[in-house]
Design a protein around this ligand. Structure first.
Ligand code: ZN
Length: 424
């Protein structure tokens, strides 16, 4: 699974932080935890497809946590979504959404299934599928607020087929029995034990989202043994009294929950606007729980680093423009499927790693040749304009190009809002 913080501010956005939302990517589906203003824009910038949203989980009704919901629902309608959508939140969420859609005269193409959480619950499984479930528990805030745990169900152990064959297992039926944990008796009377053939069940991946709360044992329960705990750290330890008054956590509280829950990685977010350097907060959190990390907007965090291999496959790339002929190699977005990390496109329009162009050795780097190029490169010029948006940015590229005399392929890390591809 991949966790992508979309907004890490609390209460009010700042120039560099957006209102709360975290996207969880799993096997092609997206789950949103909170939906602050700008969530749909941040998804676009993160390369996360809005059409892939399965469910939206709202923690509580402080406006910063759900102010992006209506805009997103309207966009899904304009995208002609047909797939049903799950919306989970405290009691009242259904009325809120339905009233607003009616007010705006939107009759959604897609069905919305609501799951409302009552205030008197101990815990509630709010979403249950074959491979995973989501659990909610009340937290301790100034108004009713819940935290969530996304839990994959355990996966069956691996079957050692070679060993099974050697022991005389040949039929599919017998394999099924063994997988189900049953021993199989062969014709000659010998018994093949399931435990000899099938490995230990593999524990499912897990993620907890705990925000807008003081310390509470329920936060620990949600986070118990998770791979990632996303926990608010709105205040530093010097403001722990203010944290208590406003129903929030300090860095110390976040570290305490992480320690008691024995999570593998604590990610802190939901920072008060008064902190311009979140690293101060991280330092404090690490004093209490070392495997801690900052939630950086749009920066993906992998629950299992092994997943990182090969999972990011950019769908578009810009190939090098043939500088000599002024022709364009751009053949349309769909031809730009790329196989893996090595084929990421070049940011500066220099040599691409695929090297399709015949002019890799060209040394014409002066301004006039570059402007001639842009006059005649047609489609690809348009594409570039679309990708980078502003002419200022293009000018910067040219300036940098003048300084550069390297023809080596330039690779980019696909982590900025300028990267026009779907990552997830
Ligand atoms: Zn909040």
């Amino acid at each position: 699974m991949i966790v992508v913080p979309l907004g890490v501010a609390s209460a009010t956005p700042t120039a560099v932080r957006h209102l709360p939302s975290v996207a969880l990517w799993r096997e092609g589906s997206v789950f949103l935890f909170d939906c602050g203003e700008n969530t749909q824009m941040r998804m676009l910038q993160a390369g996360i497809k809005r059409s892939k949203i399965e469910a939206i989980f709202i923690t509580h009704f402080d406006v910063d946590h759900y102010s992006g919901l209506l805009g997103l629902l309207a966009t899904l309608q304009l995208q002609r979504r047909e797939k049903p959508l799950h919306i989970v939140g405290p009691k009242g969420i259904k009325d809120f959404v339905e009233w607003n859609l009616k007010f705006a005269d939107i009759d959604t193409n897609y069905e919305i299934t609501f799951h409302e959480i009552a205030e008197d619950i101990e815990s509630d499984v709010v979403h249950d599928e074959d491979e995973y479930y989501v659990e909610a528990r009340p937290l301790k805030h100034t108004k009713f607020c819940v935290g969530y745990r996304f839990q994959e169900k355990d996966k069956p152990g691996k079957v050692d087929a070679d060993k099974a064959e050697k022991m005389g297992i040949s039929k599919d039926e017998q394999f099924k029995e063994l997988k189900a944990g049953k021993d199989v008796t062969l014709n000659d009377g010998s018994v093949v034990k399931s435990s000899d053939i099938v490995g230990h069940p593999r524990p499912g991946d897990s993620f907890a989202y705990v925000t807008d709360t003081e310390y509470t044992p329920n936060a620990v329960k949600l986070a118990m043994n998770t791979n990632i705990l996303y926990h608010e750290a709105t205040f530093g330890k010097e403001l722990k009294d203010k944290a208590g008054e406003t129903g929030h956590s300090s860095t110390v509280d976040a570290a305490r929950v992480a320690t008691e829950a024995q999570t593998k990685l604590l990610v802190i977010g939901h920072f008060s606007a008064r902190y311009t350097n979140e690293h101060d907060l991280l330092k404090e959190a690490r004093e209490g729980f070392y495997p801690a990390w900052l939630a950086n907007e749009l920066r993906p965090i992998f629950t299992d680093p092994m997943h990182e291999r090969g999972i990011i496959t950019p769908k578009v790339e810009i190939n090098e423009i043939d500088k000599n002929s002024g022709g364009s190699n751009y053949k349309g977005k769909k031809n730009y499927k790329s196989g893996g990390k090595k084929n990421l496109r070049s940011r500066k329009g220099g040599s691409s790693s695929r090297g399709r162009s015949s002019s890799r050795g060209s040394s014409s780097r002066d301004r006039s040749s570059s402007s001639q190029r842009s006059d005649s490169r047609g489609k690809s010029d348009n594409y570039k304009r679309k990708t980078y948006g502003s002419s200022t940015y293009s000018a910067n590229i040219k300036d940098k190009k003048d300084d550069s005399d390297s023809n080596s392929p330039r690779k980019i890390t696909p982590r900025s809002s300028y990267d026009d591809f779907d990552r997830f």
